[in-house]
Design a protein around this ligand. Sequence first.
Ligand code: FAD
Length: 466
Amino acid sequence: MDHFDLIVIGSGPAGRRAAIQAAKFGYEVLVVERGRRVGGVSVHTGTIPSKTLRETVLNLTGWRERGFYGRSYRVKQDISAGDLRARLHMTLDHEVEVLELQFARNKVSTVYGEARFVSPEKIEVKSEEGDVKLFSADKFILAVGTKPFRPDYVPFDGEFVLDSDEILELNQLPRSIAVIGAGVIGVEYASIFSALDVAVTLVEPRDTMLDFLDHELVSDFTHQLRDRGIAMRFGSKVKSIEKHGPGECEIFLEGGRSVRSNVILFAAGRMGATPSLNLEACGLEVDHRGRLKVDPVTFQTSVPHIYAAGDVIGFPSLASTSMEQGRIAACQALGEKAYDPPEYFPYGIYAVPEISTVGMTEEEIKERGIPYECGIARFRETSRGQIMGLDTGMLKLIFSLKTRRLLGCHIVGEGATELVHIGQAVLNLKGTLEYFVENTFNYPTLAEAYKIAALDAWNRMGPLKN
Ligand SMILES: Cc1cc2nc3c(=O)[nH]c(=O)nc-3n(C[C@H](O)[C@H](O)[C@H](O)COP(=O)(O)OP(=O)(O)OC[C@H]3O[C@@H](n4cnc5c(N)ncnc54)[C@H](O)[C@@H]3O)c2cc1C
């Protein structure tokens, strides 16, 4: 039996960063991956595929040019599922290659197969061919991620009623799609399909969506979706789903309405991928969604030599945060120095249009009773926005009235997920309104919106008093 300093189960963003960090310290590390290739959900079914799909759709449809040439502008008239898949496979192959190279360069060992605990210090790894090998380690990091939640009342068939992993394998573009679940994944796919001129209905049992975002931003975003013709059936629970024939699906909602579509995407939640780990053998328990509980600073589970990171520990369930959690968990597990992450991290939603946000929302600030002022800029107010033909897009900054410090930065529109990093830097470096007012920005850029929003707030806050 081979023994390692650290065994990492899962090669997604959390596992990958954990393993490479540990190897850089000189430890013997083994990564166990049950998929055919390394990379996890992030590379194979989640982040990278959905973002590649989005980019392909925006390019082939000519979406970014429509503000200028009108809504009927198209780069390619008949876009097929094959057109969308071509770029996807190229991107994924490249991502896997980079990752394999990183593992090889850093001397991280990998084994393919499903890991399960046989005792607190030992795992058994079963390959696809059925070979079983035993490994032991001083420390473990569980980075097994999640799988789509598939409730029994949904008649998944891999062709017309799909989860968010299966949607990438569509053989044909549907004429209409109903997306159940207006969370991040549902909203991203709904808006991407709508950009492809597919008729979209978004079904959500709650009355609102994306509640963790600043409400003004969500309201702007919702308006844009409705304006594009996305139908929203909010506040309606799904009662049942029926398939009348191939490409003829119907969702029956409580309250009497129904939604007909060619395809249904069920995107309401994910479950921790913990059942296969045989956690009883190491003394760990999971919650009702299969997630593990950890110390929020050290990522240590209730079993001292076992740590967990990434989606399997729950919110925020992002590739970006999972990577940092994995790295910190490795440092903590191996007794190496780990720096606390900055207070605020950005959240990116790659819908069409993009949304990105960092810091407190206006609702949170109000709740905390902090006196504040907001400044808003519309992208069309910037010269760059005019050049790009943008008629939508906004940036909202929130400042403290007492300290003038930036408290929150919220963006919806083209480039939001890149632009937000300016706000993130100012926020974490404890910058104030004066940073934006007194600094020169490249011209013409969308980043100028920061200055415009800051000046908008300045108009009400007045100059800095000595
Ligand atoms: C459609 C979609 C879009 C997304 N978009 C974004 C985005 O734009 N930005 C962003 O930051 N995040 C995004 N995410 C979230 C992101 O993909 C996840 O946060 C991230 O992949 C979590 O990383 P992880 O390392 O925790 O787990 P995962 O990436 O899920 O990897 C876990 C790995 O563990 C392996 N594994 C599981 N059990 C075992 C076992 N018993 N033995 C061996 N191996 C095992 C799995 O095969 C898998 O490879 C998206 C997710 C989805 C589904």
